[in-house]
Write a protein that binds this ligand. Structure first.
Ligand SMILES: Nc1ncnc2c1ncn2[C@@H]1O[C@H](COP(=O)(O)OP(=O)(O)O)[C@@H](O)[C@H]1O
Ligand SMILES: [Mg+2]
Length: 244
């Protein structure tokens, strides 16, 4: 077996600012791709399902056989559930609500949906006014709320949850808190990409994420991003200190 040659010099790591810029570009490409997939699902798959639905309804109206009619109704049921699922997927993929109605409405809608599906009690602490920020910052906040609330629904078994957004002159702080099961650091490291993705998204914008959680005592996820009140882009490399 041949021994691999060891390079004499270690590869030179990209400067921090380049790495941050690269992550930023990757996130942009990912958002673009999500938007494209969401559009295709809406325009092609969604339309095809609606045509199918229309044709099944016509058939149901035309058939004389009760047995056939019952089968068509069953098929319509399955189809309706599929269309509903597709709608949710499209909404998750595309930040359309964010773009059409702005961040505060997008956050309120997500909280309302979670409350509706789980029976948990929502609490929203949002600023009175929100001057639209750098688009990347808005998408990061939106995606973080989405992921964190998804985790609350999936893992927390909480009774209450809070989404808090605070704006200061140079930074914006988002917190998603629940009074549920909490988790150990180990669980967070072993499992999914959700928390890791949030942390990386924040870091790419020069921000940071903190997790406070204890078994049985709930979870608080905090995201801080550098932000200029007038919407001017902050230099990501001059952003907040990275913490663990
Ligand atoms: N709000 C929460 N309440 C309880 N446990 C949580 C919460 N958020 C995250 N976790 C734990 O952290 C783990 C990692 O979360 P995440 O990275 O989003 O991955 P995934 O949701 O795909 O499992 C979860 O599997 C779960 O054990
Ligand atoms: Mg998750």
């Amino acid at each position: 077996m041949s021994v691999k040659a060891v390079p004499k010099t270690a590869p030179i790591a990209a400067p921090v600012s380049e790495a941050v810029e690269l992550s930023r570009q990757l996130l942009k490409a990912q958002e673009e791709e999500r938007r494209r997939i969401s559009r295709e699902l809406h325009d092609e798959t969604g339309q095809a399902l609606m045509v199918l639905r229309f044709q099944l309804e016509l058939l149901a109206g035309e058939t004389q056989s009760e047995e056939v009619a019952a089968k068509i109704r069953e098929a319509l049921d399955v189809l309706d559930r599929t269309i509903e699922g597709l709608r949710r997927t499209i909404a998750r993929l595309s930040p359309r609500v964010l773009e059409e109605f702005g961040l505060l409405t997008a956050i309120r809608r997500q909280a309302k949906l979670l409350a509706k599906h789980t029976g948990m009690k929502p609490r929203l602490e949002l600023p009175e006014n929100w001057t639209p920020a750098d688009h990347d910052v808005e998408v990061a906040l939106y995606r973080s709320v989405q992921e964190a609330l998804h985790n609350v629904a999936k893992h927390s078994q909480a009774a209450n949850f809070t989404v808090r957004l605070e704006v200061a002159s140079e930074k914006v702080t988002l917190q998603i808190e629940d009074d549920g099961a909490g988790f150990s650091r180990r669980a967070a490291h072993i499992r999914g990409f959700g928390l890791t993705g949030m942390r990386e998204r924040a870091a790419a914008l020069g921000g940071l994420m903190r997790i406070r959680t204890e078994r049985g005592k709930g979870t608080n996820i905090q995201i801080q991003l550098p932000w200029a009140a007038n919407g001017r882009k902050q230099n990501a490399t001059r952003g907040l200190q990275h913490a663990s």
